[in-house]
Write a protein that binds this ligand. Structure first.
Ligand code: IFM
Length: 720
């Protein structure tokens, strides 16, 4: 088995959407869905741009899809050839994880079409494809290509006032509706055979009609190069796109491809986890990391990764806690610069978080649950649509999922713990932690009669139970945030003895610091080693039934299980790891026995309705020495974007796409779970708990600026 690629033979129309995700290619600046060259909006072909958002009317704000310049449709003797409409003899679609390539191979009666596509990892604004055509008989061929502006959108359109430019390099340029951000796309086409070309601007784009007479002896090669720039990159994106396209065209497809493959090789050198013993699992792990790398913002100093990556506009292209908890640790251990980039996004969006807290009458930083550019909150008050009535349902993710601020502070602190680098604190990460702590302080309630501090009316990671009191995950992450705020003084003073005091004065934080000191022991949950931890006040009083009972109560499989009348809301069935997630994030607070006790209680009560859940269960199962139990969750996490699994609906809202959190989760399970990697005060240790399927794991890690190569086998390990 080739563990570096995934190939699907044959064509199933119902898999078009799924395959668009499985075969995605991207470079963090843009993602290109795994669609055929000749497909368009109906097959959800899309060039999804990172960080460019737009709102059309009252629709949900979402990221913008750029015009598609890799469109290429072949006609033979006047017959248009389209996979899915034209009968085919053979078809396959492949994604090569090692080189970041999408490969298509389709044999029709009239033509054999092969194409290779890449979104350059070496040059963020560049994408290219190479078409190879061969024919059984002499025939007349037309290639229709160009820049297609008939774009697939969920809540669009987003691009207006198109301008077109004809020439060797063609260009389409438009502006977004809301913020008038220019988006420019160019295209060049190189054919190594005699042909005629006509260019035209029609309703939906600027096109080239390339005609030639084909014979059965010749293989016809067509190279398409395209560039994309927006007004967020440069003042004149049209000019930038043109000049890059000229250079890239002069260099030729091959040279650009070489640079792209080299860039991928460098990425793999720093991140490959070589898993031996089970090739299916090894391939799934490669696929997970491939997807993660394809959407990581290496082109930027301050950007993040949306919860559905760059696979489209699902979840409004927003950044969730997924990034800090499931993706950030991968990079903190392998590519700290990128980890920093992700955290800087939160530093830059602090003003948005301060504004959101103020909107709800609190002080400090309440980060957006679904964060868009500048920290704009993408989450609406009605985030689910009822399948029966078609009416929007009031959800409370936006206002009550306050753990987000603690998750962000947690990641800021982890960065320091893993890398030993305090520089980010001076770039305002310290301020983020203080402002998050201030938010929790102002959001908390003091129970004078019980000498307790509480967080009331919240939603924890388990979203099926809304508006609960003292969700233990939330209280713990908030308490940790308090502890970090208090510890900052010592950490900062090692590098600059005055900075902490300066910050406290600047933020007028003196009094808050005292209050935090007093509140911390009253908020921090106390865990009894012999008892199961109650997820929130009153959880144990809810109906204790089985997952199957609850599933059996569904009237429609797309029904949302939470909210007011969701089937899980009155029961102990939870959506995803909550207590278990807390145990995974704070391993030192719990004994192995305690983890096991709680895991055994909560796992059967967990629907795993979120792709975030499996990872937490696998990590904790490894912790109490049961990697065999972790295995199933590992496979679920690692294969999600190979099988096209995961939930596709929340009520009537489509939530399909790729699953970065599960992709990151697969790395976390392999490295932190199975290999048992731990980095503390610059010391790297492993404590292997390999499941029976794995004979060895080999991977690189960076800790405190030093590179290590770690090998773990069933009964030995080596740290070099
Ligand atoms: O962040 C998650 C959340 O925990 C569960 N619903 C989906 C979100 C995005 O992945």
């Amino acid at each position: 088995m080739d563990i570096w690629s995934f190939k699907k033979e044959g064509f199933i129309a119902d898999d078009i959407v799924k395959n668009g995700n499985i075969f995605l290619t991207g470079n963090g600046y843009m993602g290109y869905r795994g669609t055929m060259d000749e497909w368009g909006r109906h097959e959800m072909a899309a060039v999804n741009l990172a960080g460019v958002y737009d709102q059309n009317g009252d629709n949900w704000r979402e990221p913008v899809n750029a015009p598609n310049a890799l469109f290429a449709q072949i006609s033979v003797n006047g017959e248009i050839i389209t996979l899915g409409k034209t009968g085919h003899q053979k078809h396959s679609q492949t994604v090569n994880f090692q080189k970041g390539l999408h490969i298509r191979d389709s044999v029709f009666e009239a033509v054999h079409i092969k194409s290779e596509r890449f979104i350059s990892m070496a040059e963020p604004h560049l994408l290219a494809s190479c078409l190879t055509l061969s024919f059984d008989k002499d025939c007349e061929v037309e290639l229709l290509t160009g820049i297609v502006t008939d774009i697939w959108d969920i809540n669009g359109p987003h691009l207006f006032d198109y301008e077109y430019e004809k020439g060797d390099i063609i260009r389409a340029q438009a502006i977004t509706g809301e913020k008038k951000i220019p988006v420019a796309v160019t295209q060049s086409v190189t054919c190594d055979f005699p042909h005629n070309e006509k260019q035209e601007v029609i309703n939906y784009g600027i096109y080239r009609r390339i005609d030639f007479n084909a014979d059965s002896e010749t293989v016809y090669k067509i190279n398409i190069i395209s560039t994309v720039y927006t007004g967020l990159d440069t003042a004149d994106p049209g000019e930038a796109a043109m000049s890059l396209c000229k250079i890239a065209t002069a260099d030729g497809y091959g040279k650009n491809l070489e640079a792209h493959v080299e860039a991928w090789a460098e990425i793999w050198k720093n991140s490959e986890v070589r898993l031996e013993g089970d090739d299916e699992a090894a391939r799934a792990l490669n696929a997970s990391l491939y997807h993660l790398h394809s959407i990581s913002p290496r082109h930027s100093k301050a950007s993040s990764i949306p919860a559905r990556g760059l696979s489209g506009q699902t979840y409004k292209g927003a950044i969730f806690w997924d990034t800090e908890i499931f993706l950030f640790p991968v990079f903190a251990h392998t590519e700290p610069e990128l980890a920093k980039t992700l955290l800087r996004y939160r530093i830059e969006t602090l003003p948005g978080a301060l504004a959101k807290a103020a909107e709800y009458g609190y002080r400090g930083a309440f980060y957006a649950w679904e964060s868009q550019e500048g920290g704009v909150e993408g989450c609406t008050n009605f985030n689910v649509v009822d399948v029966f009535t078609g009416r929007p349902v009031r959800t409370y993710f936006r206002d009550k999922q306050i753990h987000i601020s603690g998750d962000i502070a947690y990641a800021m602190w982890r960065y320091y713990e893993i890398t030993g680098d305090t520089s980010l604190f001076f770039e305002d990460a310290a301020e983020v932690i203080l402002q998050c702590a201030r938010f929790f302080l102002s959001r908390s309630h003091s129970r004078l009669d019980m000498d307790k501090v509480e967080l009331l009316d919240v939603i924890g990671p388990d979203e099926y139970h809304e508006r609960v009191n003292n969700n233990v995950f939330t209280n713990q992450i908030a308490a940790h945030c308090f502890a970090c705020a208090l510890e900052l003084k010592d950490v900062l003073s090692q590098a600059d003895p005055n900075f902490f005091d300066y910050l406290i004065t600047k933020l007028e934080f003196e009094n808050d610091l005292e209050l935090i000191k007093a509140a911390l022991p009253k908020l921090r949950p106390v865990f009894d080693e012999t008892k199961i931890i109650e997820q929130f006040d009153g959880y144990f009083g809810l109906e204790d039934c089985s997952l199957e009972d609850v599933r059996g109560r569904l009237l429609d499989e797309r029904e949302y299980w939470g909210c007011n009348h969701g089937v899980a809301a009155t029961t102990q069935i939870i959506k995803q790891a909550d207590v278990v997630a807390m145990m995974a994030l704070f391993p030192s607070l719990f004994s192995d026995k305690q983890v096991e006790l709680n895991w055994n209680y909560y796992e059967p009560r967990t629907e795993h309705g979120s792709s975030l859940s499996a990872c937490m269960h696998a990590l904790t199962a490894c912790r109490f020495g049961r990697p065999d139990l972790a295995w199933e969750h590992f496979i679920k996490s690692a294969t999600i974007d190979l099988t096209g699994g995961g939930k596709h609906w929340a009520g009537k809202i489509y939530i399909g796409g790729t699953h970065p959190a599960a992709n990151g989760g697969a790395w976390l399970i392999a490295v932190l779970g199975f290999a048992g990697l731990s980095v503390k005060n610059g010391e790297v240790t492993v404590s292997p708990r390999l499941p029976p399927q794995i004979t060895s794991l080999r991977f690189p890690v960076i800790a405190n600026g030093k590179k290590y190569r770690i090998t773990v086998t069933r009964d030995d390990f080596e740290i070099l």
